[in-house]
Design a protein around this ligand. Sequence first.
Ligand code: A2P
Length: 336
Amino acid sequence: MKNKKILVVGATGRVGREMLSILSEVGLPAQNVVPVASERSIGKSLPYGRTALEVRSINSVNFSDYDYALFSAGSAVSAKYAPKVAESGCIVVDNTSFFRMKEDVPLIVPEINFDALERYNSRIISNPNCSTIQMVMALKPLHDTFGLKEVVVSTYQATSGAGQKGVDELMEQTELVLHGKSTTAHHFKRQIAFNVIPQIDEFANSAYTKEELKMMNETKKILNKSDIIITATCVRVPVIVGHAVSVFARFEKPVDIQLAHQVLSDFSGVKIIDNPGQYEYATPIDCASKNDVYVSRIRKHPDAENAMSFWCVADNVRKGAALNAIQIVQRLVAQQ
Ligand code: A2P
């Protein structure tokens, strides 16, 4: 990894900054990283470990100079530039939804389906949706053990999932409300401060939002099982970092809760915090800046056959986006 050259597209954004922070943590030298953002940010300085990097324009870089490009600048930028970058020989890990469901593009959570890369011949690799990543991290070991059939999931998604502008809107509105002033919603469809909003992304049809369909479709692609019945309700909550998901899942086989605990805690990247008697469970604040996905409130359904529920929390900017992308790169490098 240390001798690889990496382009970070969307580097000034919430996810882009986290990517820079993780790349410096894993020891990639500053001269091997180039941050790119919109024309507005050219020349800005971004922290990189103990040093700083200067933001460049995407049009000023020669793509073939890079081994990997991490995209997190929105679907329009990925649609326009990722194919050109891939054509130059550089491998793209794209954090937007643009390529995720394309048949010839792999959708990868390294702990779950890194092997699926063998089935593809693509220099573009998609990083899944943030809520999907944390949910499938918990579902995978349970699926392998009991055979997943149905999922009912509700999400509690932090404002950072909408980028820096989402967090800024929460902060500004919170201050206005605390000063007794009225608020105007810009990015979100309703006031997010002191509220919850049952809409993330646009409505794809009269019933489901695009975010909900992402969770439903991406889960099937990652687990390579098209007949799982999933329904999702995605909700924005006034939290800065850390998505939570509440899952009800039904399986082929009877659920043994002790075994569920064991397979979850044996799964790399998952940790259990589940001691309700002592009020021990994961909350977004506990999970901010952590790499793992936390599972709590694991319980068998008293009536429904072969069914269980759980609560799952992760840092959406880290495992839900930046970390997952960098883990893909690390695994690719290790394989060479
Ligand atoms: P900029 O800061 O210059 O606008 P977030 O999701 O947190 O809002 O971040 C979006 C990221 O995508 C930012 O780094 C933003 O840069 C970047 N971006 C937006 N438009 C472009 C573009 N046309 N080319 C490159 N980067 C872009």
